[in-house]
Design a protein around this ligand. Structure first.
Ligand SMILES: [Zn+2]
Length: 256
């Protein structure tokens, strides 16, 4: 009997060791569900962005946890946080990556059925009018109480930093895995690609940081899918696979 107990313990121990090799235990990720509280974000078809992104962020949280990551949320309930509060959490926790999750919207009603797709942004100034429009919408609430001088200072302080290249690489890996996952189960999921954008939420976090627009609330087909648990699972698994891929590549590059 003792021998059997010993064997079971040894197997469990071995299993734990093998698992910990695969796991990224100790790697810290900070997830930021956009908006919250009085700030609903995009609103369309009776659905609010703040609710959708909280649901998805919680799924992403669970998925990271199951892979052995340490995960922190900027918000886990329907509350509003200022820009500084969100990014301070990322810096304080010494996170490897910072991911802000949002949903998109357009103003032109005649294009509601046409414009759709998943997009991932990293911080960089851009001349692209579309990216500027999306960033302006997302920045609007996050910048409440920040004057123009402070805005310029914070954006200039990071725009030339080395984190931009790493954020770009992270965005590519996450976007690719998310889209691959979604397209394997759903028809017609549009790959909106990786884009630069002046998103202030990405400014304060001094680590690879991306902002994901999981889809368009203004597109009826996409909105319906986005609020289903299965679709959210595919997004969550895609994000985590993408971060795994990024960190594996990065470890080979610099040995961290
Ligand atoms: Zn948003």
């Amino acid at each position: 009997m003792i021998r059997i107990i010993w064997m079971i313990s040894a197997l469990l121990l071995l299993g734990g060791c093998v698992k910990s090799k695969v796991n990224r235990s100790g790697y810290i990720v900070v997830l930021d569900a956009g908006h919250g509280g009085h700030d609903s974000g995009a609103y369309s078809g009776g659905k609010k962005e703040k609710d959708l992104v909280l649901q998805i962020t919680k799924k992403v949280y669970k998925e990271f946890k199951s892979k052995g990551y340490k995960v922190y949320l900027t918000r886990g309930s329907d509350t509003f946080l200022k820009l500084g509060q969100r990014t301070r959490i990322a810096d304080h926790k010494d996170a490897k990556v910072f991911i802000s999750i949002h949903a998109n919207a357009i103003a032109n009603k005649r294009r509601f059925n046409i414009v759709e797709g998943v997009e991932t942004y990293f911080l960089q100034k851009t001349r692209d009018a579309r990216s500027q429009r999306i960033a302006a919408r997302e920045n609007d609430s996050v910048l409440q109480g920040t004057d123009q001088l402070s805005k310029d200072v914070i954006i200039d302080s990071v725009l030339n930093g080395p984190k931009i290249i790493q954020s770009h690489k992270l965005a590519i890996d996450v976007q690719r895995h998310m889209v691959k996952n979604l397209q394997s189960r759903y028809n017609g999921v549009k790959d909106g690609g990786v884009k630069p954008g002046p998103f202030y939420i990405l400014v304060g976090a001094s680590r690879p940081s991306i902002l994901i627009e999981v889809g368009y609330l203004t597109n009826p087909k996409e909105r319906q899918r986005l609020f289903t648990s299965d679709y959210q699972d595919e997004i969550a698994e895609g994000i985590v696979s993408g971060v795994n891929r990024y960190l594996d590549n990065r470890r080979e590059e610099v040995g961290f």
